[in-house]
Design a protein around this ligand. Sequence first.
Ligand code: SAH
Ligand code: SF4
Length: 364
Amino acid sequence: MVSPVLCGLPPEELAALIDFLPRFRAAQIFKWIAAGASSFGEMKNLPLALREALTGRFLLRSSAVQVRYEDPDGTVKLGIGLADGAKIEAVLLAGGGRRTACLSTQAGCPAGCVFCKTGSLGFTRNLTSAEIVEQFLFLREAASHGAPSAAEGRAAIAKGRAGHAVDNIVIMGMGEPLLNLAEVRRALAVITCKQGMDFSKRRITLSTCGISAGIIDLADKGPAVRLALSLTTADEALRRRLMPIAKAHPLNEVKEALACFQRSGGGRITLEIVLLGGLNTRSEDVAALADFARGLDTVVNLIPWNPVEGLKADDGRPLREPSPGEAAAFAGRLKAAGLKVTRRFRKGRGVMGACGQLGVLPAE
Ligand code: SAH
Ligand code: SF4
């Protein structure tokens, strides 16, 4: 039998699993996991016999970092091996004095966006809550330059600084989070729990390709994280060509879901536009985008396409980056149409750790 993995369990589930122990033990173990303990042996306030008994019955983590690439710009990309042999990636982006952990939610992705490496891999499976929490723990360790001891982690929790090595979390790695919402929710319950990692929900952004029912579910039941929509273009016909999953999620439904999210207090939504040279930077795209954003509180985030060998548009033409002039002109026309616009820094290209490049090893 496979041993249960504890690091992905919210406090009440952990307590239920080890209900043969007094309840305060579950709280102690939860705190140690949050502090970064990777073995029961580190849990010094548990009796030795209990530490040994738990070691035989439960696992604390299920995956392991297999490779680590570091870009001179400070980006760290981790290649992580899962227990069943599947592989995923997680990225730490450093810039402007802030460190952002980018987490994956699926091995591969079923959405099939033509511009995205992960999409070209196809779908393997959903990640478990533990596999998502572990990415955060690994990146937190990478951010604090080597693993701090669990005792140091405990001290950080006591001071309310457990998550401080990472400033923001973006759920923008491999996979579509709203197609794995149950496990994403459990993972976020662990990561944001006040008694443990205590990461602020407002510093977490979940990015979706536009699964309307998932957006409404998130609006209804939380958690109250920030939302980003990978819009790519608001021209419905082009969007369906670039993002095949969009055929099942018409833009009027997506917009209604975003309005619902905003009515429930969700705050400003980021509309992500990956800029594909000569494809989605036309005046039609500007007009459609302005129309889509009307009535919503949004900021448009422009991301020049990060090149990935072999990716092609649906008509077989190779994709290309926009020229700097094309990107600047598009940004200017969006602003002139009254939209708020930001441009994303290109981070992590040297380790193929930038948006859309997950699934490619630097050596390839
Ligand atoms: N599946 C979710 C989250 C992961 S993708 C989603 O699609 O939102 C995160 C972001 O990377 C998306 O906004 C997507 O548009 C962008 N992206 C994908 N491939 C890219 C590439 N090659 N270059 C730049 N951005 C890319
Ligand atoms: Fe999946 Fe997002 Fe990549 Fe599209 S952009 S294939 S939804 S990971």
